[in-house]
Design a binder for this molecule. Sequence first.
Ligand SMILES: [Zn+2]
Length: 429
Amino acid sequence: MTPPPPATDLTIDSTWMQEVLLELLRIPSPTGRTDVIMQHVGERLEEIGLSFELTRRGALVARLEGAQPGVPLDRAVVVHTDTIGCMVTALKDDGRLAVTQIGTHSSRFSEGTRVSIFTDDPDRTYTGTILPTKASGHAFGDEIDTHPHGWEHVEVRVDEKVHSRGDLQDLGIQVGDHVAQTAYPVITRSGFVTSRHLDDKAGVAAALAAFKAVVDSGAPLEVGAHLLITIAEEVGHGASSGLDHDVAEMVSVDSAVVAPGQHSTETGVTIAMQDLHGPFDYHLSRRLHALGRAHGLEVNRDVFRYYRSDVAAALEAGAETRAALIGFGVDATHGHERTHLDAVMATARLIALYLQTPLTFGTWDAEPKGPLERFPSSAVQPVRREPELDPESDELVENEPFPELEEELGGLHPPPPRAERGRGAAGPE
Ligand SMILES: [Zn+2]
């Protein structure tokens, strides 16, 4: 098992983290309409004392400097402020609005959801409700139970006296206006957080709290870190831009899927081993898992089948970096979401621990390229070779299973004599 790197489990300011979480949840930020929330994130970064810049497209990159001046900022923690949402596709003749999704989510989880409709005029925002086009049993009888799901089968009822397309136009509503599902965040007495859009606002709150803990503690850092806050993750662009070329490791923080067949929990932090786009970095993922376990966190390993994150966007864009994904467990993702404060706290603690660690392979990862002989491989990712088969013989003839391992360890762990192997004594002690 990967040994955990040294780090101190720092105290996270739980009250501050909850305050930030509720503040972020109450600011609508569907993809494409994230300018306001970024103002608030920027104010929180100023409060922590981190310098930052905005990219041309509006993503934010903060800097957590290492202890020594000139320490490279070789790692990045990545979160996103944008959320799923809707957009007006048509102004209907009866005064209702047709909408489609921004990001990927089912209309069935928005039936009955309150929304805000944002026009181009900042002073003219309206409220409404997303309803099935057959919304009353008194009018449609059993048809309401067989009414299909899908964005073409729902509409927005605007809370204004509108009965025609013209009435909607008079309000200033146009095709292409953003419609945001109201989050309605609640923290229950038992510590559960019920809200839309915990994805990824709980991740932003956890990351900000972790960076704050590291700054407040004055913990010496061997490696500085960027905090990259992206604004178009839900539509797939994510961290495709904004990552510095010197970043050797990135850890994306996003929701972890709690559902039957998954291993994530609403009270824990998950290390994602693979998602729809393939496995995450072998070494970095296992280090994060070992780090969490060593400090008593509720840490789970999980595999996500229908899932994409900032990591995929960054790697597709050509980022030459190790990449991992960690997440707070969320039940009913992209629907009526719920997590527990314990999960957000575990995530913040793991981020704070991670920020104090050296790079996974300090000397190798420090440079973007290097020679084959310095490439860390067999000692940390051993592969047992397939046996050679002699078709003329009755027995299998096996290769030495770990020749590179012996070489890299410099004979520190010589394999036991061949005679002992049959008794299960093979491998380094
Ligand atoms: Zn997300």
